[in-house]
Design a protein around this ligand. Structure first.
Ligand code: PLP
Length: 421
């Protein structure tokens, strides 16, 4: 559920008309709904009620300071995957003991940064990484809590580019080698092994792969305990999918996910962490764009928008579907026609949708891409020297620009000319 609805013939974000935001900030832009963000976070938090837990928002999905602050105020922890994200989380006021550090390639500098600033735990992904972390922590006089990410060799049945739990993926250690790796970790002086971590992929629309992975984690917990490890925290990752279109069957809800966790690992008495990203912010955001031209091709119509692949890469990168809706509500039963919806960038891959059925759109009309909150703004670039587009946050009947559109001068002045030129 989200808070982007038609009211009196126009699309609203909570109590703010999208057209009013467009008039104030110009197009294209991202807009997020506070009520939707809060609702989605609470659904996860409540799904784990009765169990000691922390919901760590996977901030790579959308990492604006205002979004982080909104969630942190509700008690969210953060799952970070880089030194930059760690710095963003701290700048948003998240204490170190609510930050978990994931990722396959943490550098020496990133490790030292998190040890200096404070960290809840590192989720380790390899033996060389655990040796390096132990060395750096020891040198700093620390013993840092860690979990080790296991790769359960489970098919997440999602897009190959966002599947992370098969043996051919780069993530985690093979679960078959876990006992040996945990034995070595337990002997390292700078780290304390406290748990197990797993994250099998993103945009999962079926609970079965989660169930398979969590059952493997439960079994491993008992094996490792029998080996003498004090396994007391399970980080079960993120990955729960969202409905990208209203016409498909809805994927499982956070409540179902929570119930599955309780059923598969609840008996172990571990503290639970989860790391949802997409489900918290995906349907809490729209990308709003203006039609520049409608162009007649040989056998098709192109709807050319002022947003492009550099603003929303998901269709080009993952063949992702986003519902596209006019900001002025179409009359009931209005005739639909097929459009190839494209952006102005000089690449044929700059195509948001092919043969998409939409009510008639004219130059100057506003359209909104639904479900654009996750992996939208954070993946954008300035390709074609198109400035990063603004992000706007709505709360009730007001809105604020939470990242301004840079000017051309700001973009150009980031380059520096060498002395010899
Ligand atoms: C990306 C990622 C997540 C979040 O995945 P979503 O599909 O957005 O919920 C969680 N944990 C880890 C380790 C990740 O890499």
């Amino acid at each position: 559920m989200d808070h982007f609805l038609y009211r009196d013939g126009a699309l609203y974000a909570e109590d703010v008309a999208i057209a009013d935001i467009a008039a104030a900030v110009g197009t294209p832009f991202y807009v997020y709904s506070t009520a939707t963000l809060e609702r989605h976070f609470r659904l996860f938090d409540e799904a784990l009620s009765g169990t000691e837990h922390l919901v760590c928002y996977a901030m790579k999905a959308a990492s604006n300071q205002a979004i982080l602050r909104t969630l942190a105020a509700l008690g969210a922890g953060m799952d970070v995957v880089s030194g930059g994200e760690y710095a963003r989380a701290r700048a948003a006021g998240v204490p170190g003991d609510r930050i978990v550090f994931s990722g396959v390639g943490k550098t020496r500098a990133e490790i030292a940064q998190a040890l200096t600033g404070g960290i809840r735990q590192f989720n380790l992904e390899s033996e060389p990484e655990m040796r390096l972390l132990s060395e750096i922590a020891s040198a700093m006089g620390q013993v840092v809590p860690v979990t080790i990410r296991v790769n359960p060799d489970v098919d997440a049945k999602t897009h190959a580019k966002i599947s992370t739990g098969k043996s051919e993926n780069k993530f985690g250690i093979p679960i078959s080698r876990a006992r040996a790796v945990y034995a070595e970790a337990a002997a390292l002086p700078g780290i304390e092994v406290i748990g197990i971590d797993v994250h099998i992929g993103s945009q999962l629309t079926d609970l079965a792969p989660f169930e398979a992975a969590f059952l493997k984690v439960a079994e491993l917990t008992e094996t490792l305990r029998a080996d003498g490890h004090d396994i007391r925290r399970l980080d079960l990752g993120g990955g729960l999918g969202i409905p990208y279109t209203r016409s498909n069957e809805a994927p499982p809800l956070p409540t179902d996910f929570g119930a599955l966790i309780k059923r598969t690992v609840g008996h172990l008495g571990c503290e639970i962490e989860i790391e949802p990203g997409r489900l918290i912010v995906g349907n809490a955001g729209l990308l709003v764009s203006e039609a520049i031209y409608v162009k007649e091709g040989e056998d098709r119509q192109f709807l050319i928008l002022d947003a492009a692949m550099n603003d929303l890469i998901r269709p080009a990168m993952y063949d992702a579907w986003h519902d596209i809706v006019p900001v002025i509500e179409p009359a009931p039963g209005a005739e639909q026609m097929a459009y190839d919806v494209v952006g102005p960038v000089c690449e044929s891959g700059d195509t948001f949708a092919k043969g998409r059925m939409l009510p008639q759109i004219q130059a100057g009309d506003l359209v909104a891409f639904r479900s654009a909150g996750a992996y939208g703004a954070v993946m954008s670039s300035e390709y074609n020297t198109r400035p990063l587009i603004p992000e706007v946050l709505v709360k009730d009947d007001h809105f604020a620009v939470i990242r301004a559109r840079p000017t051309f001068d700001e973009i150009i002045s980031r380059d520096t000319i060498p002395a010899w030129l």
